[in-house]
Design a protein around this ligand. Sequence first.
Ligand SMILES: [Zn+2]
Length: 90
Amino acid sequence: MEQVLALLDFEPSHRSGPQWYGRCPLHESTSRSRPFSVNVSLGSFSCHRCHKHGDVIDLWAAATGLLLHPAAIDLCDALRREVPWIQHGQ
Ligand SMILES: [Zn+2]
């Protein structure tokens, strides 16, 4: 998750343990609010402004505009990793 956030140029403005807060990389925001929260140990995120939430693949898919499956492959490519098993649904 941390590597994905780095790829998205996410800079947490506040950290509380594994919970990071900052500007949402998924929607343009000019305010100084930090509606985006991410739990780097659980690998989950949510944004109170654009209401996007999910796991690391959901984040990458939302950021790149790809569907989940190509997003997962694209992300593994970006991180130079083997494509893991993909779990659909939650
Ligand atoms: Zn957002």
